[in-house]
Design a protein around this ligand. Structure first.
Ligand code: SAM
Length: 245
């Protein structure tokens, strides 16, 4: 590529992603704040506000690639500690951090942690009212398979929400963002975790991820209706919404 990155094959991808998150699990929350200058909190708050989980018992949400529980904890809090949220992640180290955070916040009873792959969800069809995935789907080798699984496990009338890095449409901001992601992020990764290479790979995965329009098309392809999205911070992140009707 223009930036001299090594190309990563599909088969190799999941292994690389897993190695990164095993290594950074206990510093992951700090890294997010540093690398996004705190913005990820604003985007995640907006995601859960768009979902607006009901303040009554019985609402079941599945947060895929849920990592250390940022989205799941917000959903549980927004529901007045009434929602049942399943945090699913392929990485046990990330889930362990999430479990600890949930206990500390007194939300342990609301959250269930499941170690599994987004491409093969261990749940029957029509199990959930909502499916959320934040900064996770671009790490999954087969996005179409993950979307098909999302559609399957949602009940009819269920909601799909995906927060992901996206295409920056604003001139100038895109230049600043490029400099930040290609130069600063691998360097911060190097300092905090001792290895910048995995971050170079993560930045590259953002570049390869479909833009807002194309991801919306993939959602429709998977069966979702009323597909819409909102850009945050000039498109650095985008939130896609769809319904299983
Ligand atoms: N959703 C959390 C957040 O927003 O802070 C964590 C996002 S983190 C950038 C990406 C997560 O995706 C990691 O915890 C990683 O283990 C998980 N992941 C990667 N591939 C996965 C897969 N195939 N199935 C499920 N989770 C996966």
């Amino acid at each position: 590529t223009a930036f001299g990155f090594r190309q990563v094959g599909e088969g190799e991808k999941q292994g690389l992603v897993d190695a990164v998150f095993h290594r950074v699990a206990d510093r992951y929350d700090l890294m997010n704040d540093v690398m996004s200058a705190g913005l990820h909190r604003v985007w995640k708050d907006a995601m859960v506000a768009w979902l607006s989980p009901p303040k009554r018992p019985g609402f079941k949400a599945l947060d895929v690639a849920g990592g250390t529980g940022d989205i799941a904890l917000r959903i549980a809090e927004a529901s007045g500690s009434q929602a049942d949220v399943t945090v699913l992640d392929i990485n046990g180290s990330m889930l362990a951090v999430g479990r600890e955070r949930a206990e500390k916040r007194g939300l342990g009873a609301n959250l269930t942690f499941v170690e599994a792959n987004a491409e093969e969800l261990p749940f029957p069809a029509s199990s959930f009212d909502a499916y959320t995935i934040a900064f996770g789907i671009r790490n999954v080798p087969h996005i179409d398979t993950a979307l098909a699984e999302a559609f399957r496990v949602l009940r009819p009338g269920g909601r799909f929400l995906c927060l992901e890095f996206s295409d920056v449409g604003m001139p100038l901001l895109d230049k600043v963002y490029d400099a930040w992601s290609f130069h600063a992020i691998p360097r911060i990764g190097q300092v905090v975790t001792g290895d910048g290479e995995p971050y170079r790979y993560l930045v590259e995965s953002i570049r390869k991820f479909p833009n807002q329009e194309n991801f919306a098309a993939m959602m429709r392809e998977a069966g979702f209706s009323r597909v819409a999205w909102r850009d945050y911070s000039g498109g650095i992140a985008a939130l896609h919404s769809g319904w299983k009707i």
